[in-house]
Each structure stands twice: as structure tokens, then as C-alpha cells.
Design a protein around this ligand. Structure first.
Ligand code: FES
Ligand SMILES: [Fe+2]
Length: 440
């Protein structure tokens, strides 16, 4: 018999080309169905390979509602396993990260498992003769995710063995990882192994929609941007020098609507979206010039210039990631309930780049993406207000009408006609309804 979450949900009447019904955000049945059909079936970001460098290194997270462990095997491969002991079901790893030594050892009855999930040993083997227990039977191993793959060090897993491979799934969204890694003189990034974890009191889709909403910054972040601009101008007047880049991170929010409207967004298959950059990240300070010199040496002038002039601000890898590649930031989305969303806020080092370039990423991490910055606080306040409004009967629909039907589509990629087109939201809901309708 089908459980409530498995029953087909007819979403045809909930998603229209230019508006969606509020129940998409607040209904428990819809949320349960999203977890089953989107989070448990598509490729979900698990972590970065540099979180598990040595055999036995592991970290824990969730794919949808399923707790998983990412672990480095003795075979050097990264494995993703359900975080459950096959004996009586105990969680295998209760820490966020650590090293398991030579094998996973369950704390309850000491069954041990190799890092690919196979049984390593069971300490008391008496009593199993003439039972259905068979140590070679897969049901007695830790279950692996159906598929695990990585792109430039970013590890994804899927809990089903059907659907597109990772590269096909990512499509144009690979730009996020290429842009981030190519900015490293060594062509790779390394994760900073702790993150901020933040629970948003709102639906997970509200967060993703906001990431590429270029209409909101001039409204929501205007006061922070203005305050930063005042200080930035004052420093410049007093010292005669350009203030550090970190002021620009905030003062950039003072740009007028026209500026944002000239930006570009792209909508890719499977709901991924891209927003072009709005900040200049090439000041002429000695640190930046030293970094650019290294980039020239490693890549040659033409290629280095191409990389350094990369024009990406944000890429959404639907449904689980928001990536800001030029500043080496990434936010992973872990829905908990219709009105509760955990985000993990990570940042990275560019391998081979001088330390001050890392400090730029760290500044952005603290000033814009951390839970304590005014930028994030202003966003969160609006997410919560949206969710509270959508719970009410004050209206049934959410409007995505701006430039609806006007954005040109070429080879399956939608190009926004203006920067403030609500194309990214429509693109995500197109994918959403395909998943929910079982066609993705
Ligand atoms: S529950 Fe893990 S060994 Fe018994
Ligand atoms: Fe914002």
C-alpha cells in the first residue's frame, strides 16, 4: 500500500507558467512528496573531497531525510553510506566528522564495517547457524547510496540508480565549480573544514528563489549598503587610497535598480540557474597583483585573464546548492520541514593562492553570508515574513509574472530578457513540477 508521501500529488493545478499556489510552500503533504521525489531522487551535494583526506576520515550529513556518512576508503575512493548499522539499526557515526580508524565499529554490539560498507567482522559469531543470517548477504552490510560521483572535488550522491549521470545533471551548472577551481593557481580548492549552520524559519524554496532575485538587494540591503558607502568614501577621502575590498562587498548593495536590471540570468535544465557578477573583484592592490602574477605564470596570460574576468556571481545547483564561485562560498540546503530549512555555509581556499586572497573569501564569508551579518539577517527576516504570509488565507497565489513569457530559450537554456526577470523562479518551478509529476 502506498504511504502518504508515495501517493501521486497532482501539482498541475498548483504551478502555472507565471504563478504558483501558496500550498507549494506550506503544505506538509507537498513537502513530504518533495523529499521523496526531488531530494531522494536527484543528485544532492554531500560534501567536498578535502573533508575526508585520509582513509577513515568521515563526515555526516543528510540527503533529504536520510542520514548519510561520507568516508574515505582504504581504496582512496570516497564512499557515501547510510548512517545505520545493519544489526539493530543504531546510528553508526553520531559526530559531524572524525576518523574511524581502520573500520567503522558500532558502539552497540561492536559489529565492524569496512569503509565501502562491507562487513569487516562480527565479534560473537555463535548462534547464527541454521538461521537466515548470511554475512555475504547485502542486507548485512552498511547500505551505500545508489550512486556517488564528484565534479572537481565536489561530491554528490543520489539515492536511486536511475536518472542522468552527474555531469549531465549539472549541465551548465558545472560553471560554478569550474569558475571556483580555475581561480586556484593549482586548479583545485580546499574546504575550510567548519561551517556555520543556520536554521531558517521558512521554506527551502524561498531561500533558493532569493539567491537570484536581483530586484531585492536595492530594497532589502539598501541601508547596510549605504552605511558601508559612507565609511568607504570617508576612508578614501582621509587616506587618498581605495579602501579594502571588504567595504565594496557591502557598498555594492547601493546600486540602483537599473544596474541590476542589466544583469544576466540563465535557466538550465533540472532547475539550475546562474546570475552574472555585479562586483569588481580586480582591485589594483599589491595582494591582488601578486595573485594575478601567479595566475599568469600558471595559466599563461590569455587563459588567466579569461579566468579572472569570469562573470559569475551565483549559481544554483537545484535543489541543494547555492554557489558563489568568485569568492569561494557555498551554501548547502537541507530542508527539515515545510517551515524549517537548515543551511550549511561553507567557504574554500584556492590552492596555490597567497594567503591574502583567502582573507578576501573569509571577509565575504563573515560580512555577507554568516548568520551574524546584517545582509543575511535582513534576508532571513524577509524569508520568515514570506513564509508567515503564505500560511494565511490572504491570497492563494505567489506572483512570478515579471517578464513571464518574454525570456528567450535557446537549446533548452533560458536567457533572461532583463536582470530582474523572474525567470530563475519560473525555471526552478518548471523543474519542480517535472520532479513532482514524476517526469524528471
Ligand atoms: S546495533 Fe550495531 S552492532 Fe548491534
Ligand atoms: Fe539578499
Amino acid at each position: 500500500m502506498l504511504g502518504e508521501a508515495e501517493k501521486p500529488v497532482d501539482v498541475r493545478h498548483l504551478v502555472e507558467p507565471d504563478r504558483v499556489h501558496r500550498s507549494c510552500y506550506v503544505d506538509q503533504g507537498i513537502f513530504d512528496r518533495e523529499i521523496e521525489t526531488i531530494y531522494h531522487q536527484s543528485w544532492i551535494y554531500v560534501g567536498h573531497e578535502t573533508q575526508v583526506k585520509k582513509p577513515g576520515d568521515y563526515c555526516t550529513t543528510v540527503i533529504g531525510k536520510q542520514p548519510v556518512i561520507m568516508v574515505r576508503g582504504k581504496d582512496k575512493r570516497v564512499h557515501v553510506l547510510y548512517n545505520r548499522c545493519p544489526h539493530r539499526g543504531a546510528m553508526m557515526c553520531s559526530d559531524r566528522q572524525g576518523n574511524a580508524g581502520s573500520a567503522f565499529r558500532c558502539t552497540y554490539h561492536a559489529w565492524q564495517f569496512n569503509f565501502d560498507g562491507s562487513v569487516e567482522s562480527i565479534p560473537v559469531m555463535q548462534g547464527y547457524d541454521n538461521t537466515r543470517f548470511d554475512i555475504r548477504d547485502p542486507q548485512f552490510r552498511m547500505r551505500p547510496a545508489a550512486r556517488v560521483d564528484s565534479y572537481r572535488g565536489f561530491v554528490f550522491a543520489s539515492l536511486v540508480d536511475s536518472g542522468p549521470d552527474l555531469k549531465t545533471f549539472l549541465g551548465g551548472a558545472t560553471a560554478a565549480f569550474d569558475d571556483m577551481c580555475d581561480r586556484a593557481p593549482d586548479g583545485e580548492v580546499e574546504i575550510v573544514p567548519t561551517c556555520f549552520r543556520m536554521i531558517q524559519k521558512s521554506n527551502w524554496k524561498i531561500f533558493l528563489e532569493n539567491q537570484l532575485d536581483s530586484l531585492h538587494p536595492s530594497v532589502v540591503h539598501e541601508s547596510t549598503g549605504r552605511a558601508a558607502r559612507v565609511v568607504e568614501t570617508d576612508i578614501e577621502k582621509r587616506t587618498g587610497k581605495k579602501p579594502p575590498l571588504s567595504y565594496h562587498y557591502l557598498s555594492a548593495f547601493t546600486m540602483a535598480f537599473d544596474f541590476w536590471d542589466n544583469m544576466l540570468t540563465r535557466g538550465y535544465p533540472y532547475g539550475h540557474c546562474l546570475l552574472s557578477s555585479y562586483m569588481s573583484l580586480r582591485p589594483k592592490d599589491p595582494d591582488t597583483l601578486a595573485y594575478e602574477k601567479i595566475m599568469y605564470q600558471r595559466y599563461g596570460k590569455d587563459r588567466a585573464e579569461e579566468i579572472l574576468n569570469g562573470n559569475i556571481h551565483h549559481v544554483l545547483v537545484y535543489p541543494s546548492l547555492s554557489v558563489q564561485s568568485p569568492l569561494q562560498q557555498l551554501r548547502a540546503v537541507r530542508p527539515i520541514a515545510p517551515d524549517r530549512t537548515l543551511t550549511e555555509i561553507w567557504h574554500f581556499r584556492l590552492k596555490g593562492a597567497p594567503e591574502p586572497i583567502y582573507r578576501r573569501a573569509l571577509d565575504y564569508y563573515y560580512l555577507v553570508n554568516s548568520p551574524s551579518t546584517m545582509i543575511n539577517a535582513d534576508d532571513l527576516h524577509n524569508f520568515w515574513k514570506c513564509h508567515e504570509g503564505l500560511r494565511t488565507e490572504g491570497g492563494e497565489w505567489v506572483s512570478f509574472h515579471r517578464n513571464a513569457g518574454q525570456d528567450p530559450v535557446e537549446n533548452g537554456v533560458t536567457k533572461s530578457i532583463t536582470g530582474m526577470s523572474e525567470q530563475p523562479m519560473r525555471n526552478m518551478f518548471k523543474a519542480w513540477s517535472e520532479y513532482m509529476g514524476g517526469r524528471a
